[in-house]
Design a protein around this ligand. Structure first.
Ligand code: HEC
Length: 197
C-alpha cells in the first residue's frame, strides 16, 4: 500500500507549512478515484481495440498472420489512444518484446507490485502514483496484463511454433517475451498524464 502514507502525511505537511508561515502550497494528496475514473476507460479502449484486431487476425490466418497485425497495430493503437486522451499510453514489461517497452527505474517498483499479485478479486491489479516534479510531473496509472493460455501462449508461451518464433525473432531480435505461464504478469498498460498545476 504505497499510496496511504502519502495521504496520511498530507495534513501534517499542510500544518508544517502553515506554522512556518510559508507561501508554498502544501502538496495535494492524489485523488485516486478521479485518476482511476479517467484512466480506466483509456486503458480499456486500448485493450479492446488491440484485442479485436488480434482475435480477428488469429481466426483469419492464425498466429503467423496475427503476429504481423500485432507488430503493426499495437504501436499504432497506442499512438492513437495517446493523441485522443492527452495521456501517454503504452505497454511495458520486465521481459519485453517491443524494444521500447522496457521498464524505467520509476516504473520498476510499481511493476514489481503488480507482478506479485496480477489479479485482485479476478480483475487486473492497478497502481497509481505521481512521478517527477514541476513541469515534468506526471500522474501514472499502471494496469496489469496477466498472461493467459488462449490466445497468448501461441506467441508468449513456452512451446512456440519454430516458424512463428523465427518470424518473431526477425521482427524483434531482442525478444524476451516468451516462456510465460498463465496467471503470471505478462506486462502492464501505462496511462501517464501530465500533472496539472
Ligand atoms: C500472434 C502473436 C501474439 C499473440 C497471440 C499475443 N501477442 Fe502479445 N505481443 C505480440 C507482439 C508481436 C508484440 C509486440 C508488439 C509491438 O511491437 O508493440 C506483443 C507485445 C505484447 C505486450 C507488450 C509488452 C512487450 O512485451 O512488448 C504485452 C503486454 C502482450 N503482448 C500481452 C499479450 C497477451 C496478454 C496476449 C493474450 C491475450 C498476447 N499478448 C497475445 C504477439 C502476440
Amino acid at each position: 500500500m504505497p499510496i496511504r502514507p502519502l495521504i496520511i502525511a498530507a495534513p501534517f505537511l499542510a500544518l508544517a507549512a502553515c506554522s512556518a508561515q510559508q507561501q508554498v502550497a502544501p502538496p495535494t494528496p492524489l485523488d485516486e478515484a478521479a485518476i482511476r475514473e479517467r484512466s480506466a476507460p483509456v486503458a480499456q479502449a486500448f485493450q479492446v481495440a488491440l484485442q479485436s484486431q488480434l482475435v480477428a487476425a488469429m481466426s483469419e490466418g492464425g498466429p503467423m498472420q496475427a503476429v504481423e497485425v500485432c507488430h503493426e497495430a499495437a504501436p499504432r493503437i497506442a499512438a492513437e489512444q495517446s493523441a485522443a486522451s492527452g495521456a501517454e499510453v503504452r505497454r511495458v514489461s520486465d521481459r519485453n518484446r517491443n524494444p521500447d517497452g522496457g521498464l524505467t527505474p520509476d516504473l520498476a517498483p510499481h511493476y514489481a507490485e503488480l507482478a506479485a499479485q496480477p489479479l485482485v478479486d479476478g480483475a487486473p491489479a492497478t497502481r497509481i502514483w505521481q512521478s517527477g516534479e514541476g513541469e515534468g510531473a506526471r500522474i501514472n496509472y499502471l494496469s496489469a496484463i496477466p498472461m493467459r493460455d488462449q490466445p497468448c501462449a501461441a506467441c508468449h508461451g513456452s512451446d512456440i511454433d519454430p516458424q512463428l518464433k523465427a518470424r518473431i525473432d526477425a521482427l524483434y531480435p531482442q525478444d524476451a517475451a516468451t516462456g510465460f505461464a498463465a496467471g503470471e504478469l505478462r506486462g502492464a498498460l501505462l496511462v501517464s498524464w501530465p500533472a496539472e498545476g
